[in-house]
Every structure is written in C-alpha cells, then in structure tokens.
Design a protein around this ligand. Structure first.
Ligand code: AHR
Length: 501
C-alpha cells in the first residue's frame, strides 16, 4: 500500500483566505453572455432576460468577484456602446473572436446581473486601442454619484446609484501578439502608469491590476513584470497572472502535475515583484491577481480561425466549449490547491470562464443548464476553504514526469478556522490508490472527519447534455479517526476534500 503523510498545525499559517480567490470571469465571447447568462426567450428568464436557472447554479458555485467584459474582447471594445437605450446601441465587429457584438448587454445590465449572484464587479478597461481618457470616462460613469456628464448619463439610463467598482484591470494580456494593440513592456508600462495615476485622482482607494504576462512560457516573461512594475509600482496594487493547462500528446502524468507549474509561476512573479519593491524602495507589497486560470484544450479546436467571412461574423457562436472530464477536474482541483497555498500573495483569482466558454456551467438555448465536472472542486473549495491557509509538512512518494521531473504523488493544502480544519488533496497516480495519514495531534481532538472525493473508473467520463449527472463527487467512506491521526484513501486520479471538526 502506498502512503503519504501530512502534519497539520494551526499555529503555522500562510495567510487569510480572501473570498476574492473564488472569482470568475465573464467575457463577451462565444455563448458566455448571450445564450449563457442572458437569454430573454428562455422559459426561466427573468424580467431582465437573465436565465434564473443559471443564476442559481452560479450562486451554488460560490463565485465572488467576476471579471468583465474581457479578455481579448476588451481590447477592441467601446464601453459607451453598451449603455443607454438598447435600440440605439450599435452592432460591432469583435475582432478578437470574429463575432458580431450586439451590445444588448453592457456595464449596467451586467452590474444588475451581479447583484442576483451576490458577485463583485472587477472591470477591465481597454488599453489596447483606447487610453487614459476613455478609462476616466467609464470610471466617472460607473463610480461618480452625480453632477458630471457621465454620471448624469448613468442616472438618465435608469441607474441612480453608482456601481462603485473597486477593482480595475488596466488592459488585458498586453504582452500577447494576438492582442489588439499589444505593445512592448516599456510602452505598456508608460500607458498603465499614466492611466493609473489619473484614475487615482478621481479615487485614490481604487484597487488596480496591472497586466503581467499572459503565461509563464511567454518569451518576455519575467522581464515584462520587472519593466512594468518598475514604472507602475506606486500606483498599482496587483499584477496579473494567466495560465491554462491541457495534456500534451496524451502525457497525463505531466498534465496531472500542472499545479507544479502554477506554483513556480506564482513564486517567480512574487520574487520579481519583491525585487522591484527593493529597487524602488517602497513599503508597499504588490499581490497577484491570478485573473485567468483553467484547463483549456487550446490545441483541440481552432474554431475562431474558421470564421472567415467578415460579412457574416455570427452573434454568439459556439466557441471554446470544452467538455471537462474527471482527469480535468482533478487537475482543476490541484490548481485551486496551488492558489490557496499562496494565499498570502495571491489575494484575487478568476476562473476563466463562467458559462459555456471553458466553463463549469453549460447551457442549451431553450434547454437545460448543467454542472461540468470542474464545477464540483470549485463549489466545494469555495464553500469549505475558510479562515486561514496553513503551512503543511507533506511527505509523499514521488513519480517521474516528462515536463516537471520528480513530482509529489499527493498534493494537499489545508485551511483552518474556529469551526475546524479542511484538507484539499489530489492523488496524481494514474493507477494506484494512496492512503493519506494526517497527523492531527496539534488540533486538540478531532471528533468528526468526513471526506468527499471526485473520481471515476473512467477518467475521461464527463457530464454532457445527454448525461448531465454522469460524474459527481461522492462520500469517501474510507475515513478512519485514530489516536492523533485521521486516515483517508485517495483513489487514483482523484480530488478529495476532508473536513475535520
Ligand atoms: O479566456 C479566453 C481568453 O484567454 C481571453 O480572452 C484571453 O485574455 C486569454 O488569452
């Protein structure tokens, strides 16, 4: 039998769990907005055209902050197109996704939808093809009470109260050649610094996210962060990270170890931010907004490039509609473990995305909405990760991977508050179960221990329109409470949450 050993002591802490770690992302992309959250003709639609079955699932998912409206979309977006009388809103070409944007949904409608799901708006501005002035305009529209051109327009549009948006992203993936208006680190840094300084004149308390690299494998990674932070340090609060994972050439052993890559990515950005802190002699610490992360089968589909005839770019085409399997959900759960392990520095994160587009929730027009496999690790982690993230001592056998060398077979993280301790663990073995022995002596008595695991004999099983509940988490009955220990068996390719009271 393979064993891994975990020692927990609630006195050794990493940092508080910020609810913003459980954020998500809604982009005007494919069927995320239209035919996703918004479908006025759907039987469950409310008076504003939002699907209430989707609202219920989003609430169950336990999402906090929601990044909007992009993504690559934002770099060609005019925010003014999406406010005011609907019949006057223009139809526009969306160059990022070769689609037609109807602008039926804009800032005011999205803010209203967020109230239904108890979410916080994190707004991204266009620094690809627009600049300081347009950013100040949308800030004025969103956050000023009244008495100016844009705040009075908002009131005239029926929004008497300001939206009071706290978190603002200064553009999106500006290092990426695919990004409309992408630039060098120096040029972006200058624009972001000027924009941030101007925004702070309106409200010094805003929380601003400057673009980091769109991935750790970008050739400019590291240098980009240094240049951008040296210029913007005093005026921003967060630097962004984005990461997507998929199995390459069927190498599931490496895919299951994707969390190792995320750990290294976070630690490299923290090191860079702290070295700039020393160079610019600041007392402030810059944290990470991991505002795009997920499993994404980028190499499986090339669906955007197939939309070629500019005269007929579709409205809300089916794009990036990945169907997630058990192994995807296990990797997904391990990415959440990595985020929580760095809770002291990753204080905001957004799962990309929320509905239909690489999403935990799928919908059919006029039909059902259902939970993908990845829904479960997200909802359970959001519900059960409370209080403080703990430093752990984990002894686990290792296995060899082509991409990351020797990797721990089991990965785990724990959180603790007055109600108890919760452990999130993955078993990355493709074939073997592992018994996880938790040393609980520092917890002063464990009277109840319960585990829920996500696994399946078929690691490629998924929830589909025809079989919406094929995969769901189940009680793991292997839990045993001993003298100062709790044991649980982790099946091969599994994600588990163990709660100790
Ligand atoms: O989430 C899908 C896309 O991935 C986003 O639009 C972009 O920011 C990233 O490249």
């Amino acid at each position: 039998m393979i064993r891994a050993h975990l020692t927990i002591d609630p006195h050794f802490t990493v940092g508080p769990i910020n609810r913003r770690l459980f954020g998500s992302f809604v982009e005007h992309l494919g069927r995320c907005v239209y035919d996703g959250i918004y479908e006025p003709s759907h039987p469950t639609a409310d008076a504003e055209g939002f699907r209430t079955d989707v609202v219920e699932l989003v609430r169950e998912l336990g999402v906090s902050t929601v990044r909007y409206p992009g993504g690559n979309f934002v770099s060609g977006y005019r925010w003014e197109d999406g406010v005011g009388p609907r019949e006057e809103r223009p139809r526009r070409l969306d160059l990022a996704w070769h689609s037609t944007e109807t602008n039926e949904i804009g800032l005011d409608e999205f803010a209203s939808w967020l109230k239904k799901v108890d979410g916080e708006l994190m707004y991204a501005v266009n620094l690809g093809t627009r600049g300081v002035l347009e950013t100040l305009d949308v800030l004025e529209y969103a956050n000023l009470s009244s008495g100016t051109h844009w705040s009075d327009k908002r009131i005239a549009n029926g929004q008497t109260e300001p939206h009071d948006i706290r978190m603002w992203c200064l553009g999106n993936e500006m290092d990426g050649p695919w990004q409309l208006g992408h630039s060098t680190a120096e040029d972006y840094a200058q624009l972001a610094a000027t924009t941030a300084a101007a925004m702070r004149q309106i409200d010094p308390e805003l929380e601003l996210v400057v673009c980091g690299s769109s991935g750790a494998s970008m050739p400019t990674f590291g240098e980009w962060e240094r240049v951008v932070l040296e210029k913007t340090y005093d005026n921003v609060d967060f630097i962004s990270c984005h990461a997507y994972y998929e199995p390459k050439d069927g190498d599931y052993a490496s895919f299951l170890a994707s969390g190792v890559n995320m750990d290294r990515f976070i630690e490299a950005v923290v090191a860079t931010a702290d070295s700039v802190k020393a160079v610019v002699r600041s007392d402030k610490t810059i944290n990470i907004s991991f505002d795009e992360w997920n499993v994404w089968y980028q190499s499986r589909y090339n669906d955007v490039d197939k939309i070629t005839d500019v005269q007929s770019w579709p409205v809300a085409p089916r794009l990036l509609e990945d169907s997630y399997s058990v192994v995807d959900a296990v990797v997904f759960g391990s990415l959440m473990i990595s985020l929580i392990r760095h809770a002291d520095r990753v204080t905001s994160a957004s799962l990309a995305q929320l509905v239909n587009v690489i999403a935990p929730i799928m919908t059919e027009p006029g039909g059902p909405a259902w939970r993908q496999t990845t829904f479960y690790p997200f909802s359970l982690t959001s519900r059960l990760a409370r209080g403080t993230a703990l430093e752990l001592k984990l002894d686990s056998p290792t296995y060899e991977t082509a991409e990351y060398g020797d990797v721990s077979l089991v990965d785990a993280v724990a959180t603790h508050d007055d109600n108890g301790t919760t452990i999130f663990a993955v078993n990355r073995s493709l074939t073997e179960e592992v018994t996880l022995e938790v040393d609980t002596r520092a917890l002063a008595g464990v009277s109840r221990a319960e585990a829920i695991s996500l696994f399946d004999d078929d690691i490629h099983a998924a929830n589909t329109l025809d079989d919406q509940d094929r995969v769901s988490p189940r009680e793991n009955a292997s839990v045993e409470i001993g003298e100062g220990t709790v044991k649980v068996t982790l099946p091969p390719v599994s994600w588990t949450v163990l709660t100790l009271a």
